[in-house]
Write a protein that binds this ligand. Structure first.
Ligand SMILES: Cc1cc2nc3c(=O)[nH]c(=O)nc-3n(C[C@H](O)[C@H](O)[C@H](O)COP(=O)(O)OP(=O)(O)OC[C@H]3O[C@@H](n4cnc5c(N)ncnc54)[C@H](O)[C@@H]3O)c2cc1C
Length: 441
């Protein structure tokens, strides 16, 4: 059993080394005087590649948060600047007007690289991998103990903290433990296959390398699928292909599979055949996209996976009344990737929370004082500032899901561009979408 050290510094535990958890730690390091608190991150995985995921859009709201802590360029050193988001409806053979984001503040990253780069920037934080947290207990003095198993041999451990930031994703243990009535995860009616396709000048089909090394993302709406293409530089292109449950059912049936057959259990040949069938629907670039699928060496890699689209309602009050534990990122408001905001929202949460925590650390003299002040001076203002942002973006992501990915064959135009940085613009876009839907444009 591992035991705590007990110095007279506030002990801050962060559950999860995803974008929300890592950003919280980095922002605490930036905002706290050196060694003003002990920061520990616990994550169940041995490395970033233990978790599927292909591409993150790091949008303006996240770039601004990284800039505030002085880490924009270091964190995004391997990020590909996005110069254009183009839209094509292959069924109508029609192009729509592109969005031109500011490339300084809009980047595409490979999930695993980005998380490794964030972790590499940590200076005073102890990052403990292979720590699976299974439960938490809350004490009367508002401290919180995380319990679980650690290491290859799954040894039991427990660690106590003055404050726990739970950033443990859509299946959050903390959310389940603390908010029993708010754990529902909604199936949103469609799935996406995500693929990281990597080529070289020698191996790639014509046009692939230019696309992969450009800054031009593209959304292509076909008869039965919607494809998103995100260039990642260095000959890498992220393909995301969305298709509704009805399409999935006939597509799986074509291959003799039940509609609920599990992707990890399919043979590599069948995975490829399904991806080819969906990619054919793009009908653009003279078959280059289909040929690019030959570049994938291993269809069982973590770089290729099918993700059922789900989300959760944002928590009204994402913190416990009994102790100092707060839930942020996907754990508080799982969002679909239809507007590319999941990681960005998580990053913004982490920075906003850390700024509040740093203020309390600087004005309290003891751990007891720190624990007492957290609910009023951190949790309440954080929730006040963040909740409307969560609700607003989740509404937009749901609207974009219906517009772009479900019953695609009835759709003529794309709902919502992803690169909308602030709340006022976001509301204007929602009003315009509502109007377009009502008048049937
Ligand atoms: C399967 C999947 C694939 C995705 N792919 C993409 C994608 O390709 N592109 C995209 O833009 N978005 C993707 N998303 C969404 C995106 O990952 C999230 O919106 C974003 O990562 C949210 O960040 P977060 O830090 O809140 O949570 P997460 O990124 O989910 O991070 C949570 C962290 O907590 C750790 N953790 C969870 N439970 C425990 C536990 N009990 N004990 C210890 N550690 C724990 C996990 O290992 C993980 O490191 C994906 C989500 C899922 C579920």
């Amino acid at each position: 059993m591992q035991k705590n050290t007990t110095k007279n510094l506030p002990r801050i535990g962060i559950l999860g080394a995803g974008p929300a958890g890592l950003m919280t730690a980095l922002a605490l390091e930036a905002y706290l005087p050196p060694h003003a608190g002990e920061i520990t991150i616990l994550d169940r995985n041995a490395s970033e590649t233990d978790y599927p995921g292909v591409e993150y859009g790091i949008q303006e709201r996240a770039c601004r948060a990284l800039e505030r802590i002085g880490k924009l360029e270091q964190a995004l050193v391997r990020g590909n600047p996005c110069t254009e988001v183009a839209f094509f409806n292959s069924r109508l053979g029609k192009r729509f007007r592109s969005i031109l984001p500011n490339p300084k503040y809009t980047r595409s990253v490979v999930r695993q690289e980005f998380l490794a780069d964030l972790a590499g920037l940590l200076q005073h934080t102890s990052l403990k991998r292979r720590h699976l947290v299974t439960s938490l207990s809350e004490a009367e003095d508002r401290s919180v103990t995380l319990l679980g198993t650690a290491g290859k041999d799954a040894e039991p451990f427990e660690e106590s903290f003055d404050l726990v930031v739970a950033a443990d994703g859509i299946h959050s243990v903390a959310r389940k433990a603390l908010f029993l009535t708010e754990t529902e995860i909604f199936d949103r009616g469609f799935s996406c296959i995500y693929m990281l396709v990597e080529g070289t000048d020698e191996t790639a089909p014509n046009g692939f390398m230019d696309f992969a090394n450009s800054g031009r993302s593209e959304l292509i709406m076909g008869n039965y699928s919607t494809m998103t293409l995100f260039p990642l530089g260095n000959g890498r292109l992220a393909f995301g292909i969305g298709f509704d449950h009805a399409t999935k059912a006939w597509l799986f049936q074509e291959h003799g599979l039940a509609p609920d057959a599990e992707w990890p259990k399919l043979s590599p040949e069948i995975k490829k055949a399904i991806a080819v069938r969906l990619t054919e629907d793009a009908r653009i670039y003279e078959g280059m996209l289909v040929k690019a699928l030959d570049l994938i060496p291993d269809w069982n890699s973590y770089k290729i996976y099918l993700w059922a689209m789900r989300d959760a309602n944002p928590l009204q009050t994402p913190w416990s009344n009994k102790s100092n534990v707060i839930v942020i990122g996907d754990a508080a408001h799982a969002i679909m990737p239809t507007i590319g905001m999941g990681a960005s929202l998580a990053i913004e949460d982490g920075e906003a929370l850390a700024a509040g925590i740093a203020t309390v650390v600087s004005r309290t003299k003891s751990r007891e004082g720190f624990r007492r002040e957290i609910p009023h001076h951190v949790f309440k203002p954080f929730t006040g500032a963040r909740h409307t942002v969560w609700v607003n973006l989740i509404q937009r992501s749901r609207r974009a899901a219906i517009g772009n990915f479900i019953q695609v064959n009835k759709r003529k135009r794309f709902a919502i561009g992803p690169q909308i940085p602030n709340d006022t613009l976001s509301k204007l876009v929602m009003a315009a979408e509502w109007f377009i839907e009502k008048v049937g444009l």
